[in-house]
Design a protein around this ligand. Structure first.
Ligand code: SF4
Ligand code: SF4
Length: 160
C-alpha cells in the first residue's frame, strides 16, 4: 500500500468514516506499539499530572489507597510532607530495569490513559514508539498515533 493510500485509510478510520476496523497490514509504515520503556511516566512526578474532580471522587469512594496521594486536587502528593513526589509513586521497574508497569494501571488518571496525545509530546519525552520515518510526515505520524489510541482517547485530528 502506498503511503498516501495508507494515510487516507487512517484518516477515515480516526474520523469514524470507515465501516470496518483497519487492521494495520502495512508493517513498513506502522508506528511501533508502546514497549513499556517508562520514559513518559518518569516525567510524571513533581506535578506533571493532573486529575479531574470526578476522577478524584471515584478514587475516594472506590480506591482510597490511591486517594491518599491526592491533596487539594493535586496528584501525587506525599502525605508525610504535603509536597509532590519527585517520581510517580505507582511506577515499577522490572528486575533488569528495561520495562515498567503501573501499579494502578486500570484506575490510572485520564492524563495517563490518553498518553501519548501528540508527536511533540512524544519527542519531548523520548517516546520509543516513534520511528525515524515518523519525522518525514508528522501529520501521517499523528494519524498513526490516533489510530493506535482509538480505544483510549478522542482523535487529535477530530478535535481540530
Ligand atoms: S500513574 Fe501509572 S501510568 Fe500514570 S505516570 Fe504513574 S506509573 Fe505512569
Ligand atoms: S515513552 Fe512511549 S514507548 Fe515508552 S512507555 Fe511511554 S508511551 Fe510507551
Amino acid at each position: 500500500m502506498v503511503e498516501s493510500a495508507y494515510k487516507s485509510t487512517l484518516r477515515d478510520e480516526v474520523l469514524g468514516r470507515s465501516v470496518h476496523r483497519f487492521d494495520y497490514p502495512c508493517t513498513i509504515c506502522a508506528m511501533k506499539n508502546c514497549n513499556s520503556c517508562g520514559k513518559c511516566c518518569e516525567t510524571a512526578g513533581n506535578g506533571g499530572l493532573s486529575a479531574a474532580p470526578e476522577e478524584i471522587d471515584w478514587w475516594e469512594t472506590y480506591r482510597p489507597e490511591i486517594a491518599r496521594y491526592v491533596q487539594d486536587g493535586r496528584i501525587w502528593i506525599d502525605p508525610k510532607t504535603g509536597e509532590y513526589f519527585a517520581d510517580c509513586p505507582w511506577l515499577r521497574y522490572s528486575p533488569d530495569n528495561n520495562k515498567t508497569t503501573c501499579d494502578i494501571y486500570y484506575d490510572r488518571p485520564e492524563d495517563c490513559r490518553h498518553y501519548p496525545v501528540d508527536i511533540a509530546q512524544m519527542v519531548r519525552h523520548g517516546c520509543e514508539m516513534l520511528e525515524p520515518r515518523d519525522f518525514r510526515d508528522v501529520e501521517l505520524a499523528q494519524l498513526k498515533l490516533d489510530a493506535i489510541m482509538i480505544g483510549s482517547r478522542p482523535s487529535v485530528l477530530k478535535n481540530k
